[in-house]
Design a protein around this ligand. Structure first.
Ligand code: NAP
Length: 332
């Protein structure tokens, strides 16, 4: 396809949310480009086994990433790999997205699908053993840790939620937290304390992850006494927060205290013609399937917005109608 001067839909981020949005937008016959700085698939590209995507009993992260990319391209989306977005201007009617090479992409709509990165401990061995016993996703990887002693690092809601989830599989779950008070909700802390499979090591940090090709142990240190210990474990789940990739978008979209972008149920933001999908959005679950669902909604809301612009509505009228639940019910 010849490159249009102005695309109907410019998608920033080529993870599952961005690629699903591309598939839906292109299939709706909208000229669509995806700008991805690294690999297609985003976080899922670096995941080993995937067995929780509906309809696919087992695949790998790289395979699923390529399937998502191929699917979007099949319907005519252009996927530009290695295009790092460095600046955006979301003023209507034409949005401008500039990439590191200096090229500018113009779009009648933009879908932000830049994802979030789980925070890492930043200790020796963590990177090397990622996917080999070190995980940042209990829902994705928990079933691979049956009857093993696993450690969860963190003291927030996610550490407790995921620690409780892991008791379905692991023989023992030890929550290691750097303080003696938890940030997590009391209800989760109480539930974990009552669970016979869960124990706690407090005021303690992890200094090193050890293993030769697979995790074997961690070195821990009590921050009050200074005492150190080597703990033999079968897995380490790191839940110390995540950092959504929102640094480019501090104008126009609303970012909450946790750094996530707020949207309505149609993935719309306060900026006319700018929609958001996937892990960068405040949402209750961060999975490939939910990112894909977000992407599909964002693309169809964008499609509807474009229909309304073409019918003569102004950008704010189009935005208001495209994101009204009633009009969705009437039209679809
Ligand atoms: P969070 O609430 O920011 O908690 C992060 C935890 O990691 C804190 O206990 C923090 O310790 C610890 N931590 C941070 N950096 C660390 C480091 N370098 N080394 C060791 N520990 C470190 O993050 P989250 O648990 O991922 O939750 C994120 C958001 O999602 C929150 O708003 C949460 O409420 C929400 N969420 C809700 C649910 C639910 O409602 N069921 C489930 C999951 C997530 P300190 O306390 O000492 O700072």
């Amino acid at each position: 396809m010849e490159e249009p001067r102005v695309w109907d839909v410019v998608i920033i981020g080529g993870g599952p949310a961005g690629l699903a949005a591309a598939l839906y937008a292109a299939r709706a016959l909208r000229s669509t480009v995806v700008l991805e700085s690294n690999f297609p698939g985003g976080q899922i590209y670096t995941t080993g086994d995937v067995e929780d995507y509906p309809g696919i009993i087992h695949t790998t992260g790289p395979e699923l990433s390529m399937m998502l990319k191929d699917h979007a391209e099949h319907f005519g989306a252009r996927i530009e790999i290695g295009e790092e977005v460095v600046d955006v201007d979301f003023q209507p009617p034409i949005k401008r997205v500039r990439v590191a090479s200096g090229k500018e992409y113009q779009g009648r709509t933009v879908i932000v699908a830049t994802g979030a990165a789980p925070r890492t401990l930043g200790v020796p061995g963590e990177d090397e053993l990622r996917g080999k016993g070190v995980s940042y996703c209990a829902v994705c990887d928990g079933p691979f840790f049956r009857e093993r002693h696993v450690v969860v690092a963190g003291g927030g809601d996610a550490a407790f939620d995921e620690g409780l989830y892991l008791t379905k599989y692991a023989s023992r779950v030890t929550i290691i937290h750097r303080r003696d008070a938890f940030r997590a909700q009391k209800v989760l802390v109480d539930r974990a304390m009552k669970n016979p499979k869960i124990d706690f090591i407090l005021d303690t940090v992890i200094d090193r992850v050890n293993g030769n090709g697979a995790i074997e142990s961690i070195d821990i240190r009590n921050v009050k006494s200074g005492a150190t210990e080597r703990l033999e474990i079968g897995g380490l789940f790191v839940y110390i927060g995540s950092d959504p990739n929102t640094s480019l978008f501090n104008s126009c979209v609303t970012i909450d205290r946790g750094g996530f972008i707020n949207t309505d149920e149609n993935m719309a933001t306060d900026c006319d013609g700018v929609f958001v999908a996937g892990d960068v959005r405040r949402n209750p679950l961060k999975q490939v399937v939910t990112a894909g669902a977000d992407g599909s909604i964002a693309a169809l809301t964008a499609d509807k917005y474009l229909d309304l612009l073409d019918a003569g509505d102004t950008p704010d009228e189009a935005e208001a109608i495209a994101t009204s639940k009633l009009s969705w019910k009437n039209e679809y």
